[in-house]
Design a protein around this ligand. Structure first.
Ligand code: ADP
Ligand code: ZN
Ligand code: ZN
Length: 836
C-alpha cells in the first residue's frame, strides 16, 4: 500500500487496532491496540514489536488496521513500530494468505519462511539506551538500574537484562521504558556465514623456469616425500611451459587429504623457500565477472519461440516452453526479461537451488549487471535483507533466486520464469508451508496480473497435461543451438557382461573402453550414479546382519573416506564395526555402490586420471560446488562422478561421454512417478554431453534389462511417447494430473498409538470422501525416522469433480479431531497438499 493512498484516519481520538501476522503457530491473525502516538505513522505491511504470551517479544507484520476491538480478549498495546514504510507489499499479504489457505498452514508460518531472519526480531533483539532521553525523573528505581546498566553496555538482550535484575518478568519494565522513550529496541542482523578462506600453496618465483624445475626435482631425489609433493603439485598445476599457472597455486587440502604425504614434508618445503603458502578470500559471486554484455543474436528457432511466447501470453496466463537440452532456452529467457523490464514491470527468475550457483547466473549478470538481485539460501542474512530492501526501493527490478524468492516484496511483477520447472526441489518438504514454488509462482503472477513462463527440456507431466488441454500455452524448441546433435545412446547389457565375466566391479567392459578412449583424446567424462556414499549398506556374510540406524528403519550408508556409517535420514553417525555385532564374524562386507565407491574404483582402474566427485558430501562448503564446476570447465578434471547434482543445467564444451549406472533402480523405484523421474533424470544428465556441433556426444547406460520400454523412449528422445504411456496409467489409476493428492503423515514414538491414530483418522475421512479416495494408512518406505513411527494416508481428489476447498476444510477438521482426541496424546500429523 502506498502511503499516499492511506486515508487520513488517524487524526481523531478514535482507538485503532491492528491485526498482526505473528510468527507463531496460531491459525489466525492477532489483534493489538495501536498507541495513540503511533496511529499517524503505522501502515499496513509495516513491522511492529509486540509482547506475545507473558515472556516473549516478537515481530509481527500489520495485515489490517481497523477500529473494532477483539471480542474474546483484551488487546495489548503494540510496543514498537519498526518501519515508517511498509516492508511487506499488499500483493505479498494477499499471497501469504493464499498460501496459508491452499497449503493448510498458518499464515505466520508463511511469513516465517518469507522474511529473512534479519527482518525478524525475537527475544534475542537488543535493547539500547536512547541518547535523546532526558526525563530521568520519570523512571522508577528499578528502571533506573536497568537504564544505567544498558548505558554502560551499549546494548543488552532481553535475557541479559533478566539476569541483571534477577527477575523473570521484565517485559513490563521494558515496555514501560520503551513507552517513556528511555530505551530503543533494535534488531541485530547476525552474519551467519563467514567468508571462506582458502589456504593454498605455490612455487616461489625462483623455480618457475624449466631448468630450475628440473634441478629442483633432481635435488629432491633423496627425500621421497618432498619429491612426491612437488610432483603432485606439478600434476595439478603444470608449470612447465605455463609458468603463469603457478600464480593461482593449489588448494592445500589436496595434500592434507592424503595420509601418505606427511604435512611435515610440505612444511619443510615451505621452510626451504621452495613453496610459499598463501590465502585467498572467496565469496560466492565476487568472481562473477560483470563483463561486457556479449552481443547475442537469437537464432531463427529462438526468434520464433520468443515471438510465439509473447503471442500466446496475449491469451494465456501461463506458457510452457518445452525446449530440448542445449536448445538455448536461456537466451530466449533473456530477451523476454528485457522486454518485460522495458515495459516497466518487475521480473522474477526462479532456478532450482543448485543451478543458481552456476554458469547461468554469470550469463545473466553479464546482461543485467548490478541491477539484478540474487537471492540464494546459502547467502548470509545481510545479503538477503539487502535484496529485500533493494526490491522495495527499486534498486532491483529483476531478481534471480531459489524457491523462497517467490516471497520477496514485489509490487508490480510482469513476468515470472520458472526454469527447470519439473525439478522437485521447488517443493518445500519441511517445515510448513509445504509449498511448490512453481504453483505459487502461477498464483503470484495472477495476483500481479503478470505472466508465468515454465521452461524445461523434460516438463512435469502436470504442466505438459495443462499445455495439451489448452489451459497453458505451449511452445517447443526441438533442435539444439548451432545444430549440435543430441547425444547417441547405447544400452549396455550388464547381465550379459556378468555372465561372460567381463565386468570389473560396477564397470562394464564397454564403459571402461569408452572412458579409456576419452582419456586418450583428452575429452571429459561424466559418470552418474544417483546415490552418494561408498555403499548403501554393510552386511555380514555369515549371518546376514545389516547395519541399521538406531533411530530410523533404514540401513546405514558406508562412507569410506571418513570411515563412518551414516544415516541419510537423521544424520546419525557411527564407527564401522570390525566384526559382526551379532555373530562376531569378521566377514562384514559392503554391498551395493554409491558415488564414493565409483570414485575409488576409478582411481584404481585409471590411476592417471583426474577424478572428482560431486555430491552432497563434497559440496557442503559454501563455494565447493562452484569450485568443482570451475575446475571442470578449465579442464583440470577428466572424470566427474556425481549424483543428480551433475545434471542441473550445466553447460560444458568438452564432455563427449556420459555414463549412467543403476538406471534399473531408478525405473523400478516403488513410486508412481518413478518412470517420469527416471526419464527426466537420464535425459537431463545426458543433455550434458556433446553440446558443441564439432564434438558429438554419447551416452552409455548400464542396465540388466535393455528391453524395458521406458529405456527405448529415453534413447529415442521420445518425451511424447513417455508422456502418452504415463498419462494413460495416471488416468487409469487416478493419479495426478487427474487428481490432487493430499498426504497425511501421522507420527508417534509408539508404533501402536501411531497406527491407531492413523486408522481412526482414515475412518473419519471415509465418511465423506469414500474409501476409494483414501488410501492407507500404510507405513512409508522408511517407516521410522528419528524414533517416530510413521503412517501415511494418501487422499486422491479428482480435479474436476471435487470441490477442493471444501474437501480441504473437511480434512482439516478431521485432523483436528484426532489431534484433540484425549485418548491419543502427543500425536503429530503433517498435512502435505499436492505432495510429490
Ligand atoms: P538449454 O538451457 O536450453 O539447455 P542453453 O541456454 O544453455 O541451453 O544454450 C546452449 C548453448 O548454446 C550455450 O552454450 C549458449 O551459450 C549457446 N547459445 C544459445 N543461444 C545462442 C545464441 N543465440 N548465440 C550464441 N550462443 C548461443
Ligand atoms: Zn554375523
Ligand atoms: Zn537415522
Amino acid at each position: 500500500m502506498h502511503p499516499a493512498s492511506q486515508p487520513n484516519l488517524f487524526e481523531d481520538e478514535t482507538t485503532y487496532f491492528a491485526d498482526l501476522i505473528l510468527p507463531v503457530p496460531i491459525p489466525s491473525l492477532f489483534t493489538y491496540r495501536v498507541p495513540r502516538d503511533m496511529a499517524s505513522m503505522i501502515q499496513v505491511g509495516a513491522r511492529v514489536i509486540v509482547q506475545f504470551g507473558s515472556k516473549r517479544v516478537i515481530t509481527g507484520v500489520v495485515a489490517q488496521l481497523h477500529t473494532t476491538p477483539p471480542v474474546k480478549y483484551q488487546a495489548k498495546y503494540i510496543l514498537e513500530l519498526l518501519d515508517d514504510q511498509p516492508i511487506v507489499t499488499a500483493q505479498q499479504l494477499g499471497l501469504f494468505k493464499w498460501v496459508a489457505e491452499y497449503y493448510l498452514c498458518n499464515i505466520g508460518e508463511v511469513m516465517n519462511v518469507a522474511l529473512p531472519a534479519g527482518l525478524k526480531i525475537t527475544s534475542q533483539s537488543k535493547i539500547q539506551f536512547n541518547p535523546e532521553f532526558e526525563d530521568d525523573h520519570l523512571l522508577t528505581d528499578l528502571e533506573t538500574i536497568i537504564v544505567e546498566a544498558i548505558k554502560k553496555q551499549d546494548a543488552l538482550t532481553y535475557e541479559e537484562v533478566e539476569r541483571l535484575v534477577q527477575k523473570t518478568k521484565i517485559t513490563t519494565i521494558i515496555k514501560s521504558l520503551v513507552g517513556k522513550r528511555a530505551v530503543i529496541l533494535f534488531e541485530e542482523v547476525k552474519e551467519k556465514y563467514k567468508p571462506k578462506v582458502l589456504r593454498k600453496i605455490r612455487l616461489t618465483a625462483a623455480y618457475l623456469t624449466d631448468d630450475a624445475l628440473v634441478a629442483l626435482t633432481n635435488s629432491l631425489e633423496k627425500s621421497a616425500k618432498q619429491q612426491e609433493i612437488l610432483l603432485r603439485y606439478l600434476s595439478h598445476v603444470p608449470v612447465y611451459n605455463h609458468a603463469e599457472l603457478n600464480q593461482k597455486g593449489l588448494d592445500k587440502s589436496v595434500f592434507s587429504q592424503d595420509d601418505s604425504l606427511s604435512d611435515s614434508a610440505l612444511q619443510t618445503l615451505i621452510k626451504k623457500g621452495i613453496f610459499e603458502s598463501f590465502e585467498v578470500f572467496i565469496s560466492r559471486f565476487d568472481d562473477i565477472p560483470m563483463g561486457k554484455p556479449v552481443e547475442i543474436h537469437l537464432s531463427e528457432p529462438q526468434r520464433i519461440a520468443f515471438t510465439d511466447i509473447q503471442r500466446q501470453f496475449q491469451e494465456k496466463e501461463v506458457v510452457l516452453l518445452h525446449g530440448i537440452t542445449g536448445s538455448g532456452k536461456t537466451e530466449v529467457y533473456i530477451e523476454l526479461i528485457k522486454a518485460a523490464l522495458s515495459g516497466g514491470t518487475q521480473v522474477l527468475f526462479l532456478l532450482p537451488e543448485i543451478a543458481l550457483t552456476t554458469q547461468i547466473v554469470v550469463r545473466l549478470r553479464k546482461v543485467f549487471g548490478d541491477k539484478m538481485g540474487i537471492y540464494h539460501s546459502k547467502f548470509s542474512d545481510n545479503e538477503r535483507v539487502e535484496v529485500w530492501k533493494g526490491i522495495l526501493d527499486g534498486k532491483f527490478q529483476f531478481v534471480v533466486g531459489v524457491r523462497s524468492a517467490i516471497f520477496l516484496p514485489f509490487d508490480n511483477l510482469g513476468l515470472i520464469i520458472v526454469d527447470e520447472e519439473h525439478e522437485t526441489s521447488y517443493k518445500q518438504f519441511d517445515p510448513a508451508p509445504r509449498y511448490h514454488a512453481r504453483d505459487v509462482a502461477v498464483m503470484m503472477a495472477y495476483l500481479h496480473k503478470g505472466k508465468t513462463l515454465l521452461g524445461s527440456a523434460t516438463p512435469s507431466l502436470e504442466s505438459y497435461y495443462h499445455a495439451q488441454n489448452g489451459r497453458y500455452g505451449h511452445v517447443e524448441m526441438n533442435i539444439r543451438y548451432g545444430n549440435a546433435s543430441l547425444p547417441q545412446f547405447e544400452l549396455i547389457n550388464t547381465k550379459l557382461e556378468k555372465r561372460q565375466k567381463k565386468m570389473k566391479n560396477e564397470f562394464s567392459s564397454v564403459l571402461l573402453a569408452h572412458i579409456e578412449k576419452n582419456l586418450v583424446q583428452n575429452h571429459q567424462t561424466i559418470l552418474f550414479q544417483n546415490r552418494r556414499g561408498y555403499s548403501p549398506y554393510l552386511q555380514c556374510e555369515e549371518c546376514s546382519w545389516i547395519a541399521e540406524c538406531n533411530n530410523c528403519d533404514v540401513s546405514l550408508t558406508y562412507h569410506m573416506k571418513v570411515g563412518e556409517l551414516r544415516c541419510h535420514y537423521c544424520g546419525h553417525k557411527e564407527q564401522v564395526p570390525r566384526t559382526c555385532p551379532t555373530c562376531g564374524s569378521p566377514k562384514v562386507k559392503t554391498m551395493g555402490y554409491g558415488t564414493e565407491k565409483i570414485e575409488d574404483e576409478l582411481s584404481i582402474l585409471f590411476p592417471q586420471a583426474r577424478v572428482q566427485r560431486m555430491d552432497l558430501d563434497t559440496t557442503r562448503a559454501k563455494n565447493a560446488y562452484q569450485q568443482i564446476i570451475q575446475e571442470f570447465e578449465q579442464g583440470q578434471i577428466d572424470i566427474l562422478v556425481g549424483t543428480q547434482m551433475v545434471s542441473k543445467g550445466l553447460d560444458f564444451d568438452n564432455v563427449s561421454m556420459v555414463g549412467i549406472f543403476d538406471v534399473d533402480r531408478m525405473i523400478h523405484f516403488p513410486e508412481f512417478r518413478a518412470s517420469e523421474r527416471a526419464f527426466q533424470m537420464v535425459t537431463q544428465v545426458s543433455g550434458r554431453a556433446g553440446r558443441r556441433a564439432d564434438k558429438p556426444g554419447s551416452v552409455l547406460i548400464q542396465t540388466a534389462n535393455p528391453a524395458q520400454p521406458l529405456l527405448e523412449k529415453i534413447i529415442q528422445h521420445d518425451y511424447k511417447g513417455m508422456y502418452a504411456a504415463e498419462i494413460e496409467e495416471r488416468n487409469k489409476f487416478q493419479y495426478p494430473p487427474f487428481t490432487r493428492l493430499i498426504k497425511l503423515t501421522v507420527k508417534h514414538i509408539d508404533a501402536n498409538t501411531s497406527r491407531r491414530a492413523a486408522t481412526i483418522l482414515a475412518e473419519k475421512l471415509h465418511v465423506e470422501l469414500g474409501k476409494s479416495r483414501v488410501l492407507g494408512p500404510e507405513p512409508p518406505l522408511v517407516d521410522r525416522v528419528r524414533n517416530q513411527y510413521l503412517f501415511d494416508i494418501l487422499i486422491k481428489l479428482e480435479r474436476e469433480k471435487i470441490n477442493f476447498k471444501a474437501a480441504k476444510t473437511f480434512i482439516q477438521e478431521k485432523v483436528l479431531d484426532v489431534l484433540t482426541d484425549k485418548t491419543l496424546k502427543s500425536i503429530h500429523i503433517v498435512i502435505d497438499v499436492d505432495s510429490i
